[in-house]
Design a protein. Structure first.
Length: 382
């Protein structure tokens, strides 16, 4: 079994939500972290129906449980009414809960009780560099993606197809998140083609035959079901006009590859570069989450087109990603321009496929992908 980099409190002294995309390994992590803990698995039909019909059963079953005892509720979004019972049990009996799910959308739309600050939040993302160790294989990450079952499979194509089908059927259709499932399926394809790019709701809406507002709502469904997230623009203290539209990144590049029908990705192609950018966003996001580094992640782009892929915090670091084995002057222009507008910018790093690290005279660091990841997870970058 893989050792995940997200560390859960052991023993937990307060209740918590554990969110993450489908099949990311939330249930496995909880069972490994708390092997002797009672689990209420709402994926089991009989459990689901029992609590759906009588949420108060949970209160009766746990009424004589010792104070501080932990209970795991898996797929909590399936029975939102259980959160009222959880609230009562926390307040009156001092019990502790691990609440696991892949979507808070149904809870929020139904005005479910999200415990009003009585539970902290953890997010589990796909596999990251330290979890695979010496088995790290960049082309595998970029072709198979980050979800454990897909990443470890010799040929994940059928599994990814089933994953997307199940997402449409169980997360979207069954929960009634959209009125027109075919239009949403077309949206997934259009959004995958635009992964890592500036979001144009108008263009995506045109591809899907829906309104711009509907396209925005579709993107929000991806965010709420943890299948992707927006990357905002860095807009503080601009000297020149900057772009303010967000970018969008899917949570798993294997899903992007499948939806966009990319085929096998190999170094040297544009799509390999887009996949590498998605992967670095994934690693940076996971690092900031798991290390509890309270720093925003954004991108910076001038109206002229000069751009830096990632800005960490308030210009603590600027990171550009290039899938090239030979970095030239044109590929450094964004990192050079950002210092002109923000002289106080910290480390400027270009991550690429060159074989060895080097430091340019202007202070820009050229780092191979693996060395960047090693330094990142060793807390040596920022």
């Amino acid at each position: 079994m893989l050792t995940r980099s997200l560390t859960l409190p052991d023993p937990p002294d307060e209740s918590f939500f554990l969110w993450g995309p489908r099949q990311v390994g939330k249930s496995s992590l909880l069972r490994a972290s708390y092997p002797s803990t009672r689990v209420v698995d709402l994926l089991l039909t009989e459990e689901y129906l029992r609590y759906l019909q009588q949420p108060g059963l949970l209160r009766d079953e746990l009424r004589d449980t010792p104070r501080g005892t932990l209970t795991i509720l898996d797929e909590i979004q399936k029975v939102p009414a259980l959160l009222d019972e959880v609230h009562w049990l926390i307040e009156n009996l001092g019990l502790v809960f691990a609440l696991c799910g892949s979507s808070a959308r149904k809870l929020r739309r139904g005005h479910a009780n999200l415990l009003g600050g009585r539970a902290v939040r953890y997010d589990l993302l796909g596999l990251v560099f330290p979890e695979v160790g010496e088995e790290f294989d960049l082309p595998r990450f970029l072709n198979h993606g980050y979800l454990p079952r897909h990443h470890l499979a010799s040929d994940p194509a059928r599994r990814i197809q089933a994953y997307v089908d199940d997402y449409l059927k169980e997360e979207v259709a069954a929960e009634g998140l959209v009125r027109r499932l075919p239009a949403f399926a077309t949206f997934l394809w259009a959004a995958a083609l635009a992964d890592t790019e500036l979001v144009s709701f108008t263009n995506v809406a045109r591809e899907c035959g829906v309104s711009g507002n509907t396209a925005k709502e579709y993107y929000q469904i991806l965010v709420d079901t943890l299948l992707g997230r927006f990357l905002p623009a860095f807009t503080r203290r601009p000297k020149r006009r900057v772009i303010q539209s967000p970018k969008f990144y899917f949570a798993d590049v294997g899903v992007v590859n499948h939806l966009a029908r990319r085929g096998r990705l190999r170094p040297g192609g544009e799509l390999f570069g887009k996949a590498l950018e998605n992967y670095l966003f994934h690693e940076l996001s996971a690092y900031l989450e798991y290390r509890d580094r309270r720093m925003d992640l954004s991108y910076w782009r001038l109206a002229s087109g000069l751009e830096v892929d990632f800005v960490v915090g308030d210009m603590i670091a600027a990171v550009e990603v290039k899938a090239t084995e030979r970095v030239g002057g044109r590929q450094l222009s964004g990192l050079q321009a950002i210092r002109e507008d923000h002289p106080g910018v910290g480390r400027r790093i270009l991550v690429c496929l060159e074989p060895r690290r080097r430091l340019r005279e202007d202070g820009i660091e050229i780092l191979p992908v693996r060395e960047f990841l090693e330094k990142l997870w060793a807390d040596e970058l920022f």
